[in-house]
Structure formats: structure tokens, C-alpha cells
Design a protein around this ligand. Structure first.
Ligand SMILES: *Cc1c(COP(=O)(O)O)cnc(C)c1O
Length: 400
């Protein structure tokens, strides 16, 4: 089984490029251009140099001793939280801005939910001296005010989006509308493994540095370049794609992904798209979508702004369909508790998104010699208030 994109831009039944006619040319140009550029020596040299000297890669692979004991395995944490700007998102924005520059684009646009991708995009635009405009739901602009201020300080213009629920999904739609108005000079930096082909493939390749490093680091630390199990959280799917990229076809490696159950997958307050979604088209791709029977997009609900998306990357929709990945829905309260647990057991405050991956551990059975690699996609500084407001859900860790 091959889980990579095919020559038509599909992953099994999912993917493709369903865009308005006005974008045909620029999406087609990108389809033609992206592989030769990112496979070129010139691109790779600059990309890897920036990842090393600017982002701070390779990110450490850390053996979490106390958590290993608790979960009866050898648990290694892949520390994407230690990257510049605090999450894995920068791996992708560095790559896409180099691609944009090579294609002669002058103006950068991006969507953002929690603001993490907006900040990572504004950061690389400052680095390259390029014009940057960010679309963000008006609700999120209020909820994630610090990230809005960071983007503005970095020189980006932030456009609050007032359509729909005024959250991430609406910001994506607005970014696509803007792109339609400026197809010639604008490059859209997509933040996850979503959107029309070739974006899911571009983002997966940019994040694949995560599993490239895991291979080398595991070989050094365990004498074997593969784990028994990989664990990551999944919103659109970019940190998960990066974590599994070099192991997708390796049957020795079990893959467990944690999506956001919100208040529970059988309630209306969930973002668990793989559990609850049905086939549809969202933001340029055929994929699983949370929608009503007549095809209206439903709002996603989760405590985690970074997982708050009613779609899922087509690559992940297909891998779940083929049963290559096991997808667990983790509810808000489980994620909160797991965030506190990692904080108290290892001294690492994870992003609330990453805490969903930690919470998956309690649902899995291991034996002491098994090697598990879990990606900590981001740091929890942005979520301290959320953690504190929910400390009643943290069990023994919440009594302080
Ligand atoms: C954005 C974000 C996510 C979710 O996005 P993916 O594309 O699914 O990785 C997860 N963790 C953090 C820290 C994020 O900022």
C-alpha cells in the first residue's frame, strides 16, 4: 500500500484540487513547480540551514523516564515545542516562503485559527522582508489576542473575518477569496496538510524533517532506527504527517493519532472529524468533513483552538480508511489532565493540542521494552490560562 499522493493529486478517494476557475492557473503553476524547486540542491541547502540556525533544529528526542515508567514502555518525546515560535508550524512556513520567493511572488497571505500559523508566517515574512496579510476569525482575534499582537509587531496586517462562525474555517474561506482577487502576485501559505493539491503534499514534505530526525536520533539512542509506536495529535494533520512520513510504509510501526473529541464524539460539541465526518469537499479538497445532511459545514468544538477544524487532511482521511492509522478521540477533560500530568511528571508544559497526544497513552497497552515516540507539537505558554481555568478537571494535579 502506498499512502503518498498520486499523480492526479489524490490519496485514495480523497484529495484533488477543487478550486474556482480563476485559481486554475496559479494552482496548476504550483503543481508544476513545487517538486523541482523543493528537490533542488539550492532549496535544500537554504531550507536546512535555516532549520538549523534559525529554528534551532534538530529538535531533541527526549527519553521521558517518569512517564515511561507510568505507561510501561520507553517513551521518547519529540520536542517540537522547543522550536523558534514554539511549535512545529515554522518548519512549514520556512519552506513555503522559500518556494514563494523562488516563484517570484511578492505578497504572502495565510489563514490562522489559534494564531500559531499566523505567527509562524508573519515571522518568516519579517525574515524575508515580504508583505504579509493574515486572515483570522473575529472570534479567534478576541480569544487569541496575544498572538494577534505578535503578528502585528512582526509587521503583518491581521484581517478579522466576520462571516460564519468567525473561526478558522471562515478564515480559510476568506483567504481563498483574497487569493482569487490576486492570483498573479500572491502566494498562499497554507498551515496544515489541507487545501487543494499540491498543498497537502507540500506541507507533509516540509514537516517530514520531524521523522527524518527521529530515524537518526532513534538509531543513536536505541540502536534501531524505528519505534514500535508513533503517537501524535491531529487537527489538519501536519505535525502527524511529519511524525509518520518516513514510517508510513513500515508495517513494524504502529501509528496512533489523537483527534479532538471536545465534550464527546456523540455530542454536538466535537472536532473529531475522522470519527464523525462524512465525505465532502472543503477548502479545495475532497475529504472527511463535519457537515449537516444537506452539506452545510458544521462548527467544530474543542478546548484546543489549534484542533478546531471541521475537516481533516486528505492523506489522513485515506490512511484512517485503509486502517493504517488508529485514530482516538480525546475529550477536553482528558487533554487537560494529560497536560497537567506531563507538566508535573517531566517539567514540560505542552500545548493543549499536544496534550491530546499524551492523553492517548492511557488508552494503549505496551510492554517495557517497546519504544514509543510521541510528538510534542508545541509549548503550552499560550494555554496557561486555559489550563488554570480548568484545573478542576486535572484530578490530583489540580489541587494547588
Ligand atoms: C496548529 C497546531 C496543531 C494542529 O495542526 P496540525 O496541522 O494537525 O499539526 C497541533 N499542535 C500545535 C502546537 C499547533 O500549533
Amino acid at each position: 500500500m502506498n499512502y503518498q499522493v498520486d499523480e492526479n493529486g489524490f490519496y485514495g478517494p480523497f484529495g484533488g484540487a477543487y478550486v474556482p476557475e480563476i485559481l486554475y492557473k496559479c494552482v496548476h503553476d504550483l503543481q508544476e513547480a513545487y517538486r523541482p524547486i523543493i528537490e533542488s540542491r539550492e532549496f535544500k541547502e537554504e531550507y536546512y540551514q535555516l532549520l538549523r540556525d534559525y529554528v534551532g533544529r534538530p529538535s531533541p528526542l527526549y527519553l521521558a523516564k517518569r512517564m515511561s515508567e507510568r505507561y510501561n514502555c520507553r517513551l521518547y518525546l519529540k520536542r517540537e515545542d522547543l522550536n523558534h515560535t514554539g511549535a512545529h508550524k515554522i518548519n512549514n512556513t520556512i519552506g513555503q516562503i522559500l518556494l514563494a520567493r523562488k516563484m517570484g511572488k511578492k505578497r504572502i497571505i495565510a489563514e490562522t485559527g489559534a494564531g500559531q500559523h499566523g505567527v509562524a508566517t508573519a515571522t518568516v515574512c519579517a525574515l524575508m522582508g515580504m508583505q504579509c496579510e493574515i486572515f483570522m476569525g473575529a472570534t479567534d482575534v478576541q480569544r487569541q489576542h496575544t498572538n494577534v499582537e505578535r503578528m502585528r509587531m512582526l509587521g503583518a496586517v491581521v484581517h478579522p473575518v466576520r462571516t460564519g462562525n468567525m473561526t478558522l474555517s471562515d478564515a480559510c474561506s476568506q483567504a481563498i477569496r483574497d487569493w482569487c482577487c490576486h492570483p498573479a502576485d500572491t502566494f498562499y501559505i497554507v498551515g496544515s496538510t489541507m487545501g487543494p493539491h499540491p498543498y497537502p503534499d507540500i506541507v507533509a514534505r516540509m514537516q517530514s524533517v520531524i521523522s527524518e530526525e527521529i530515524k537518526t536520533q532513534l538509531l543513536e539512542k536505541t540502536g534501531r532506527d524505528y519505534p514500535d509506536c508513533l503517537v501524535a495529535c491531529i487537527g489538519g494533520g501536519s505535525n502527524a504527517a511529519g511524525t509518520i512520513y518516513h514510517y508510513m510504509d513500515d508495517d513494524r510501526v504502529r501509528i496512533v493519532l489523537a483527534e479532538a473529541g471536545g465534550r464527546g464524539i456523540y455530542t454536538d460539541f466535537t472536532a473529531a472529524t475522522i470519527h464523525r465526518g462524512t465525505e465532502g469537499i472543503l477548502h479545495g479538497a475532497r475529504t472527511l468533513v463535519m457537515q449537516t445532511d444537506d452539506g452545510q459545514i458544521k462548527e467544530a468544538f474543542t478546548i484546543s483552538a489549534g484542533l478546531d477544524y471541521p475537516g481533516i487532511g486528505p492523506m489522513h482521511a485515506n490512511m484512517a480508511l485503509q486502517k493504517r492509522t488508529e485514530v482516538l478521540a480525546i475529550n477536553d477533560d482528558e487533554a487537560i489532565r494529560a497536560g497537567y500530568e506531563l507538566t508535573r511528571m517531566e517539567g514540560i508544559i505542552p500545548a493543549i493540542e499536544s496534550a491530546h497526544a499524551i492523553a492517548a497513552l492511557q488508552h494503549l497497552q505496551f510492554s517495557p521494552e517497546q519504544v514509543v515516540v510521541l510528538t510534542v507539537s508545541g509549548r503550552g505558554d499560550k494555554d496557561v490560562e486555559t489550563y488554570l481555568n480548568n484545573k478542576d478537571k486535572a484530578g490530583e494535579y489540580g489541587r494547588f
